[in-house]
Design a binder for this molecule. Sequence first.
Ligand code: CP
Ligand code: NVA
Length: 305
Amino acid sequence: MLGRDFTSILDLSPERLSGLLELSLGMKRDGVGPVLTGQTLAMLFEKPSLRTRVSFEMAMRRLGGQALYLSAHEVRMGDREPVKDVARVLSRMVQAIAARTYAHATIVDLASYATVPVVNALTDEEHPCQALADLLTLRERFGSLRGVRLVYLGEGNNVARSLAYASVMAGVDFVCASPDGFRLPPQTLERARGLAGGGTVTQLSDARDAVRNAAVIYTDVWASMGFEHELESRKEIFRPYQLNAELLAAAPRDALVMHDLPAHRGEEITDEVIESERSVVFDQAENRMHAQQAVLAVLLGGSPA
Ligand code: CP
Ligand code: NVA
């Protein structure tokens, strides 16, 4: 019930998103059968990874299939050979491709030339598998997602964009608090607000205002992969958005703390907060595997979602 590819969270409708979350929950609770026996997922990574690589690899193994890791150094997509050739060669030998790329256009290109499903494992614009795992984590904690106030602190980046779209589709009230120059782009806000599902998206500037009624506070690195050279100049700008004990004290006492990881302790989040009982960061990490099992089972195995 997904299309052929999962290159953006926008490939889902609210119903399909909800179906995937229910399938993930069921697979986590009951385990999975070998529905992908004999199938191989090729994983192309232009950037480093721990969670995404391991969760895709373990998801394939648990479903009876296998995964093949291909590094940027090895494939040199767009340099050693064009993206469209990589897509067509892999399509002759494997049953699906997961790709982590810099440019979002690269994964769009891959998907348009591949004849097998292509899954976004993070691009500069989106991280849809992360958003699925995050909503799964919220679904487990809150039962219903409707009206949950999810406050995201920091750059309106790939993680924020996918979460904003997913939130609206799931009925979550998403609030993004960012410094000037790092807000979600107006076209992203407009697109999110045009989605069905009943959730809302609000862009604020002040972190303290944003967390006041939060059910969940989420943050991500101040400089994403590929932008590390900007970290030093960003530190002063992002300091007021650090998720620390003082900011957490301005939030409701039961507000949860989320982070997609890897975290830079002492930058966007303090060690004290990420290690606190409020933090669900390792549930999020584990849920990457459960959510991707559902995605792979639907794309490759024909499981209904
Ligand atoms: N959250 C996430 O995608 O982690 P990795 O970069 O380690 O895959
Ligand atoms: N925004 C971060 C997410 C890492 C999982 C990045 O793109 O580096």
